[in-house]
Write a protein that binds this ligand. Structure first.
Ligand code: AMP
Length: 412
């Protein structure tokens, strides 16, 4: 999916291109079409997921045709309510960036600062207003804000807004806007009080859930290790001996890979078990039980075997192999760092897995920090390991011959 597939117009696309945005994030992909279809929407997403653009872009698009209207007095057509001034400022800055080539005026008002300059700006007329609740009501009471022409109301960080005690203010603001407006509610979590608010003020809302990437970004300390394929076992052992403690889930792509790792770790005295497609249901359940009861502290799994099973509250996840599907990375590391605890995610990337990391970083909108303080650092410029004479080798590509295995001295 590209931004142009979301039916955004040229001035917006141009601004996005200049910002270096290549692809919409998942929350943008899912939310933007619903907003453009004028639906009420509840989106579960945290900061870092690209949620601001998920409402800012379609709002700019919907108001595009009205950009030069109301020369004699602009009317506020979109209102974004935010619990904190920092967030409000950021939102306004985003509107400015994305709306660079559109003639719509955006301003921000918040408390804790002089009200007079804000009155001056409002008097000149704005199309899009970003505001914190208290200052908004104050300025409305003093007749500097008219909410009669609001077409879209956004409640950003709704859970935080209610935690901060703004529930009555939010309800009041909603009542001051026209009845037939569109409401977009964004919240990092959806506790009962947010559901209650949504039930009272939203009409047949559509829901979008973009939590996995955000929880991954928030509580999980991610580290990337560039390491040669042949050194991954050594690196794993090195980290288990020196760095990683607690309950650990290690992901490998194949059953064969799991068996090798399992054998090596067992021979080094680790209490581990594994789950993969060749194991019986009974074996898998036993492994899981042992892990939960603390009889073992390392579990190795394929993605398919780990899917849908309840292993969370992990201290660390090791991506021994980098997943080729970016979303899988989010699911994997989302198993740690739950319920406000912090977690660790270690990813071992060999030369031929680099493109996967690129895709993952794009999806999570984060550059994963690289750890270079380990004995097996791969030259950053290392290329894929390719057989020079494909088809002529006696062995399967990428596999070592028995003779070479025997010759290799391992230190573990
Ligand atoms: P937000 O979740 O709205 O706070 O956005 C988090 C960060 O992601 C901000 O720095 C945005 O500029 C950036 N961002 C938002 N959407 C995209 C995108 N589609 N591609 C790249 N970066 C983005």
């Amino acid at each position: 999916m590209q931004f142009k597939d979301l039916q955004l117009n040229k001035p917006i696309l141009k601004a996005l291109l200049e910002e270096g945005y290549e692809f919409p994030t998942p929350v943008q992909n899912q939310t933007i079409p619903l907003v453009l279809a004028k639906k009420d929407v509840i989106t579960t997403a945290q900061t870092g997921t690209g949620k601001t653009a998920a409402f800012a872009l379609p709002i700019l698009q919907m108001l595009f045709d009205k950009q030069d209207s109301g020369k004699k007095g602009k009317k506020i057509k979109a209102l974004i309510v935010s619990p904190t001034r920092e967030l409000a400022i950021q939102i306004q800055e985003s509107f400015k960036v994305y709306g660079k080539y559109i003639n719509l005026r955006t301003t921000v008002v918040y408390g804790g600062t002089s009200i007079e300059p804000q009155k001056d700006v409002l008097t000149k007329g704005v199309d899009i207003l970003v505001a914190t609740p208290g200052r908004l009501l104050d300025l409305h009471k003093q007749d500097f804000i008219n909410l009669d022409y609001i077409e879209t109301l956004v409640l950003d960080e709704a859970d935080l807004m209610l935690d901060m005690g703004f529930i009555d203010d939010v309800k009041k603001i909603e009542r001051l806007c026209p009845k037939n407006k569109q409401i977009l509610l964004f919240s990092a979590t959806i506790p009962a009080k947010v559901v209650e608010l949504a039930n009272t003020i939203l009409k047949d809302p559509e829901t979008v859930n973009a939590t996995p990437s955000s929880s991954a970004a928030q509580n999980v300390n991610q580290l990337l290790f560039y390491v040669g394929k042949q050194n991954k076992m050594e690196l794993c052992l090195h980290l288990l001996r020196n760095t990683i403690n607690g309950n650990i889930l290690i992901f490998r792509r194949t059953k064969m890979g799991i068996s090798k790792l399992e054998k090596m770790l067992k021979s080094n005295g680790y209490k581990i078990d594994s789950i993969h497609g060749d194991k019986t249901q009974n074996d898998r359940e036993n492994a899981l039980e042992n892990f939960k009861e603390g009889k073992i502290n390392i579990l190795i799994a394929t993605d398919v075997a780990a899917r849908g099973i309840d292993i969370d509250n992990l201290d660390a996840v090791i991506n021994f192999d980098i997943p080729s599907i970016s979303e899988t990375y989010i699911h994997r590391i989302g198993r740690t760092g739950r319920a406000g605890n912090s977690g660790e995610a270690y990813s071992f990337c060999s030369a031929d897995e680099k493109p996967y990391i690129k895709g993952i970083q794009q999806l999570i909108n984060t550059v994963i920090p690289i750890e270079e303080n380990h004995p097996f650092v791969l030259d950053p410029k290392a290329k894929r390991e390719i057989h020079k004479t494909p088809g002529k080798s006696k062995n399967k590509p990428g596999r070592k011959s028995e003779a070479s295995k025997k010759n290799k001295k391992r230190w573990y």
